[in-house]
Design a protein around this ligand. Structure first.
Ligand SMILES: [Zn+2]
Length: 210
C-alpha cells in the first residue's frame, strides 16, 4: 500500500516514534496494523504537480474538512511548534513595547542597553546570583552608586567617591573613572571605554527580533 502526500510535516510526524499527538498515534497504529498484511510505503510528492490521484485526494481532503472533527477536543488548528513560535513572538513584542514605553525614564539603562537582547540571558544565566545582581544593577542604574543614593536623598552629593570629578554613575565607573584605569586595562585591555562599547558587548548576541 502506497501513501503519497505533499506534506513533509505530515510524513515526518508519522515517522516520529515518540509523538504526543493522538491523531498521529492513531494513524501510526493503523499503518502498523496494515503493514502486518501488506507492504506499506509513505512517499512525498510535490504539491499541485499533476500526480495521478492528487486531485482526487485534494477533493477528499476538502470533503473531510467539513465533516465533524474526530479526535481529542479541543481541536486546535495550529501545531505545538507554531504555538511556541507565536507565544515567543508575542513575548518579544511585549518586551519591545515596554522598552520603547520607557520614554525619558531609565536614563542610565538606556545609556548602556540598546534594547531586549538575545544573548544576554545565555550570558547571565551561568553567573551566580551575586554576579548577576552586580551586572543587572550596573546596567539598569538601580544600584548603590552615589548618584542614585543622592537622588534617593540618602547622600548629600552625587560625586564619585574615588575621583570626585564626575557624578558616580554606572557609565562613569565602567567607562570613565580615572582611578579605575588599571583595572579596566587588566580586564578589557583598555584604559577607558565608551558607553557604546558596553552596549555592543551586552547586545553581542543580537537584538530580539519580532
Ligand atoms: Zn570617578
Amino acid at each position: 500500500m502506497s501513501t503519497c502526500s505533499d506534506s513533509q510535516v505530515a510524513l515526518k510526524a508519522l515517522q516520529n516514534v515518540r509523538t504526543m499527538y493522538p491523531l498521529v498515534q492513531q494513524c501510526q497504529k493503523s499503518l502498523n496494523d496494515i503493514s502486518t498484511r501488506h507492504a506499506v510505503g509513505l512517499y512525498w510528492v510535490p504539491g499541485h504537480a499533476g500526480v495521478r490521484g492528487n486531485k482526487i485526494a485534494d477533493e477528499l481532503a476538502r470533503g473531510g474538512s467539513v465533516l465533524e472533527f474526530l479526535g481529542t477536543e479541543p481541536a486546535l488548528g495550529i501545531s505545538r511548534p507554531d504555538t511556541r513560535r507565536r507565544i515567543r513572538r508575542w513575548l518579544v513584542n511585549q518586551q519591545w513595547i515596554r522598552w520603547r514605553g520607557l520614554g525619558d525614564t531609565q536614563r542610565q539603562a538606556r545609556e548602556l542597553i540598546s534594547g531586549p537582547c538575545l544573548g544576554a540571558k545565555a550570558r547571565f544565566l551561568p553567573c551566580n546570583r551575586t554576579k548577576s545582581r552586580v551586572v543587572t544593577s550596573l546596567l539598569t542604574g538601580h544600584n548603590t552608586l552615589r548618584r542614585r543614593l543622592n537622588l534617593l536623598g540618602l547622600l548629600d552629593g552625587p560625586l564619585c567617591m574615588r575621583c570626585g570629578a564626575e557624578e558616580e554613575t554606572s557609565a562613569h565607573i565602567l567607562c570613565e573613572c580615572e582611578t579605575l584605569v588599571s583595572l579596566r586595562h587588566a580586564y578589557v585591555d583598555s584604559f577607558f571605554l565608551e558607553t557604546e562599547d558596553i552596549k555592543s558587548t551586552y547586545n553581542s548576541g543580537g537584538h530580539l527580533e519580532l
